[in-house]
Write a protein that binds this ligand. Structure first.
Ligand SMILES: *Cc1c(COP(=O)(O)O)cnc(C)c1O
Length: 357
């Protein structure tokens, strides 16, 4: 007989809330953490000791195998508060599915839907006071899973920790970014791990990004590993173009991360009867569209910024300047619509919002 694990979560509340010290008008991203965190241990094939605890440090062995061999994956999502003070998450079941796609590729155990969702619900409910209500602000949620075996041989760990921490963040506004097309370093390769949110993908991107920044760009536009001919992602965001009124984005595959924002933007574009193409898009095609004056928009999509407009694309010593952001009909409309859905200001036709408590 197969018995399903049940996940009772023990809760230890802080006696020392830091919430009153939080200045909701000056939130910076990723530096302040809410009062509590979730933690669960994987041992002998089961998730045990699921707990919500006061946020704090971990102690671990210096031989922790995640530190040495990188069995470490994460997710990123946000909780929003509407004008009635109700808290909702944006498409959290998609994050649950995706962490398990990453886990499989990295030879890690999967996290059952019930554990993932119960942990999220209880943690966010308890730290509800940390969810900002000002427009554009949110509580960033970081679920992560890492190996914990004390062993420096190379093999999959037998033990793991699944944790969730949260961090309040203000309205994310970024100036339109200058991006450099990268034709030397690569982010992802066919057969590799580019479609996962494994920590190594981010570590490897820092050096090429630093070099681009030294040349006056903020981000890199990654190209395919084989020929450096096709555009793939921008920084840690999915990449989209509007050319001649058609929304074009690279098709999903080994080298493209299946962004939830990407999927949401495509869904809204189709709702609005816009033509959408998921396919390869080459550097030549983008530069040609720029020359013909039909490269209307280029932007990245991701949970942190939702939409990050690209102002300039650098390639082979030339800068290709795009139209002013205020002239960009689609990216402005889709950013506004997503914000309205998240804040409960328009009908949630696709049932994307998941209410907490
Ligand atoms: C997380 C991530 C994205 C965006 O995914 P969202 O679900 O939209 O936040 C895009 N590319 C990479 C490489 C990522 O890690």
């Amino acid at each position: 007989m197969v018995t399903a694990d049940t996940f009772s979560i023990k809760v230890q509340k802080t006696s020392n809330s830091r919430l009153s010290e939080l200045d909701f008008n000056h939130l910076s991203f990723g530096k302040t953490f809410a009062d509590h965190m979730f933690i669960s241990d994987y041992q002998d094939g089961h998730w045990i000791d699921s707990q919500i605890l006061p946020y704090g440090s971990l102690t671990m062995s210096p031989a922790n195998s995640a530190l040495h061999y990188g069995q470490s994956i994460f997710e990123g999502m946000k909780a929003y508060k509407n004008d009635k003070g109700e808290v909702s998450l944006f498409r959290p079941l998609e994050n649950q599915k995706r962490i398990n796609i990453s886990a499989e590729r990295m030879c890690m155990p999967s996290i059952p839907e019930e554990l993932f969702m119960d942990a999220l619900k209880q943690l966010i409910k308890l730290d509800k006071g940390w969810v900002p209500s000002n427009d554009g602000a949110s509580l960033y949620i970081r679920p992560f899973l890492f190996a914990t075996d004390e062993f420096i041989g190379v093999r999959p760990s037998d033990t793991y920790k699944f944790m969730i921490i949260t961090s309040p963040g203000g309205a994310y506004y970024s100036e339109p970014v200058k991006v450099l097309i990268e034709t030397n370093f690569i982010r992802a390769v066919e057969g590799g791990v580019g479609f996962t949110k494994c920590s190594g993908n981010y570590g490897r991107s820092l050096f090429p990004t630093k070099l681009a920044q030294q040349r006056g760009y903020q981000q890199i536009m990654w190209t395919d590993a084989r020929n450096h001919r096709y555009l793939e992602e921008s920084g840690t965001m999915n990449l989209m173009f509007v050319i001649d009124d058609v929304l074009i984005t690279p098709a999903l595959g080994d080298t493209i991360l299946a962004g939830i924002t990407r999927d949401s933007v495509i869904t809204l574009a189709r709702d609005w009867k816009m033509k959408v193409q998921e396919r390869k898009i080459s550097i030549d095609e983008v530069i040609d569209a720029h020359k013909r004056g039909v490269l209307d928009e280029a932007f990245g999509t991701g949970t942190a910024a939702t939409i990050a407009d690209i102002s300039t694309i650098g390639f082979e010593g030339k800068d290709y300047v795009l139209p002013e952001v205020k002239e960009r009909i689609f990216s402005n409309r889709v950013a506004q619509e997503l914000n309205n859905i998240k804040r409960g200001k328009v009908e949630d036709k696709h049932n994307w919002m998941y209410k907490i408590g």
